[in-house]
Design a protein around this ligand. Structure first.
Ligand SMILES: Nc1ncnc2c1ncn2[C@@H]1O[C@H](COP(=O)(O)OP(=O)(O)OP(=O)(O)O)[C@@H](O)[C@H]1O
Ligand SMILES: Nc1ccn([C@@H]2O[C@H](COP(=O)(O)O)[C@@H](O)[C@H]2O)c(=O)n1
Length: 207
C-alpha cells in the first residue's frame, strides 16, 4: 500500500507521514531530504546552484543512506533545495529511488511536492496537506528556534511564500494537489488533531 502526501512548506507533511507510517507499520520517506542532500553537496563544494549539470551529476551519485544529517533541516538548505529541484535532470535522477522505496511491502508513506502527481500516480491514498502561510511560518519559527537557529518570524514568512511560489510555478513537477487527492487544511489543528483527521481520511478511503 502506498500513501502519498503532498503540500507546501511546513504544512506538517513530514510529521503526519511519520505518524501514519508508524501507525500502519510502513516505511516513511521525506523526499524533500533528497533535494536538500543534493543542495548540501553543491554548497559544500562551493558550486553555484545555477549549475544545472553539476546539480544533475550530484543527484545521480547521491548517497541516499545519509539523509539524517541535522544540517539538511536548516532554512538555508530548504531554500537551496527549492532552486535545484526545479531542474528536470535532478528530478529524473531521484525518481527511481523514490519509486523503489514506495514499492516495498507491506507499504510506504512518501511526502513531498509531486508524490501523488508524478512519483506515485497510482498511490492508494493521496493526501494534500495545507495550512495558512502565517500558521506554517509560526510552526517553522518555533522549530528553528528550538534547534538553535536565530530567526525572525517575518523572514521565515517571506521565505515560505517565496518557496511556495517557486515550487508551484516551476514547469517541472510543480506543487499541486493530484485530481484524486484528499485535501486537509491543518491551520486550526494541532499535530494530534491533524493525525486523527488524516487517519480518518486514509481509513475511509480504504473501506
Ligand atoms: N498540526 C500541527 N500543528 C502545529 N505544529 C505542527 C503541526 N504539524 C507539524 N507541526 C510542526 O511544524 C513544523 C513543520 O512540520 P513538518 O516538518 O512536518 O512540515 P513539512 O510539511 O514536512 O515541512 P517541509 O515541507 O519543510 O519538509 C514541525 O516543527 C512540526 O513539529
Ligand atoms: N517531492 C519533492 C520534495 C521536495 N521538493 C523540493 O525540495 C524543497 C525542500 O523540500 P522540503 O519538503 O524538505 O521542504 C521544496 O521546497 C521543493 O522545492 C520537490 O521539488 N519535490
Amino acid at each position: 500500500m502506498i500513501i502519498a502526501i503532498d503540500g507546501p512548506a511546513a504544512s506538517g507533511k513530514g510529521t503526519l507521514g511519520k505518524r501514519l507510517a508508524d501507525h500502519f507499520g510502513f516505511a516513511h520517506l521525506d523526499t524533500g531530504l533528497l533535494y536538500r542532500a543534493v543542495a548540501r553537496v553543491l554548497l559544500d563544494r562551493d558550486v553555484a546552484l545555477t549549475d544545472r549539470d553539476a546539480a544533475a551529476r550530484v543527484a545521480q551519485e547521491l548517497d541516499v543512506t545519509h539523509l539524517d544529517d541535522e544540517r539538511l533541516r536548516g532554512a538555508q538548505m530548504g531554500e537551496a533545495a527549492s532552486v535545484i529541484s526545479a531542474y528536470q535532470p535532478v528530478r529524473d535522477a531521484l525518481l527511481a529511488f523514490q519509486r523503489q522505496f514506495a514499492g516495498q511491502p507491506p507499504g510506504a508513506v512518501l511526502d513531498g511536492r509531486d508524490i501523488g502527481t508524478v512519483v506515485c500516480p497510482h498511490a492508494d491514498v493521496k493526501l494534500f496537506i495545507t495550512a495558512s502561510a502565517e500558521e506554517r511560518a509560526r510552526r517553522r519559527h518555533r522549530e528553528l528556534l528550538s534547534r538553535g537557529e536565530t530567526t525572525d518570524y517575518e523572514i521565515i514568512l517571506n521565505d515560505i511564500r517565496r518557496r511556495d511560489e517557486r515550487d508551484m510555478t516551476r514547469s517541472n513537477a510543480p506543487l499541486k494537489a493530484a485530481d484524486d487527492a484528499l485535501t486537509l487544511d491543518t491551520t486550526h489543528l494541532d499535530a494530534d488533531q491533524a493525525f486523527q483527521a488524516a487517519l480518518e481520511l486514509v481509513t475511509r478511503k480504504q473501506t
